[in-house]
Design a protein around this ligand. Structure first.
Ligand code: ZN
Ligand code: ZN
Length: 341
């Protein structure tokens, strides 16, 4: 099969890999119909993380081709959306709502790789969710978004306890931040302040439900948030970047007693000054999003055309042109790139 391979930082190739096979009875093999490039794929691309013949991709929708003998929830022919983390669905951690920390958790990008024609999905019952039927073509980008960026933005908003009457600040205008705006709108937030300095992303943020835009960053951005909230700060803050600056911006943008949902992947060296965290008196909740928990609800909202998260894709390319997709995202010519098969 054809698959995207990162030979070294900045070097993307579409080459041949062996077709995946069922290994364990809980596996499914799916034929991928659409996949995408994630902001987190840019870390190895830019050499921030090691890259040595990596099988890329962790976001995917597709059709089940074959299942192991123990798989019950999906069957060959089903159209499915899966999480970017493999989860069993049965352990105590999965049942408590944190499938991304399942005792059997495995990151799809670490070996499986869904920027490919096919993928073997372990623990298919606990990882995949079937859609109500074969989706119309225009629903595919939104279903694909549910696999990571929508599910992650949704978790961030949930972790930040977004709700009716609340003011939400969103730090980060990448795909996840924009999905956080959409989630905050769906959860009934009264005011949604998107922090963005790119006009195209500001426009999309407004379309997804942002009521205010703050262009300033860092402490200047914090000062603007305070101005907009009677000096108190936001009730809920979504952190969708993962740097020290963005995290401190999130903490300082929150009011005392406020909630911060953080989903930007922090890298080595990001460290919070605990004295500031202590005196901020805020709730912190975040990590790799338990996307599988939200998939049934998100798929239904997409199916019913209540939300259109697929608009976050601003470039679509065939899988064979993946290298151009990586370059476009790395050079910020595209927010989120879909790869079709
Ligand atoms: Zn991703
Ligand atoms: Zn589990």
């Amino acid at each position: 099969m054809r698959a995207v391979i990162m030979d070294a930082p900045g070097q993307i190739r579409v080459g041949d890999r062996d077709d995946p096979q069922i290994i364990d009875p809980t596996d499914a093999v799916i034929r991928i119909t659409a996949t995408c490039i994630c902001g987190s794929d840019l870390w190895p691309y830019r050499g921030v993380e090691p890259a040595d013949h990596l099988h890329m991709g962790h976001e995917y929708v597709g059709v089940v081709e074959e299942t192991g003998s123990a798989v019950r929830a999906v069957k060959p022919g089903d159209y499915v959306v899966g999480s970017f983390v493999i989860s069993c669905g049965e352990c105590e951690i999965c049942r408590s709502g944190y499938p991304s920390k399942c005792v059997h958790a495995e990151f799809v990008h670490a070996g499986i790789g869904t920027q490919a024609q096919k993928a073997r999905i372990p623990f298919a019952d606990g990882t995949l969710v079937a859609t109500p039927g074969e989706p119309e073509d225009d629903l595919v980008p939104s279903l694909l978004a549910a696999s990571d960026v929508l599910g992650t933005g949704w978790f961030a908003a949930d972790a930040a306890e977004v709700g009716p009457g609340k003011t939400v600040a969103v730090v980060g205008d990448g795909a996840v931040g924009l999905m956080g705006v959409l989630a905050a709108k769906e959860m009934g937030a009264e005011r949604i302040i998107a922090m963005s300095r790119h006009s195209d992303r500001q426009a999309l943020a407004r379309e997804f439900g942002a009521t205010d835009i703050v262009e300033e960053r860092g402490e200047a951005g914090v000062a603007r948030i305070r101005e907009l909230t009677d000096g108190l700060g936001a009730h809920s803050v979504i952190e969708a970047v993962g740097t020290q600056e963005s995290f401190m911006q999130a903490i300082h943008s929150s009011r005392a007693g406020g909630h911060i949902g953080f989903v930007g992947v922090a890298h080595e060296g990001v460290a919070l000054p605990m004295d500031e965290v202590f005196f901020a008196e805020v709730h912190l909740h975040g990590g790799p999003a338990p996307v599988r928990r939200y998939l049934p609800e998100l798929i239904q909202k997409i199916w019913d055309r209540e939300i259109n998260p697929g608009k976050v894709f601003d470039l679509t390319l065939p899988l064979d042109e993946a290298a151009e997709g990586y370059a476009a995202m790395s050079e910020r010519r595209a927010t989120k790139v879909m790869l079709t098969l």
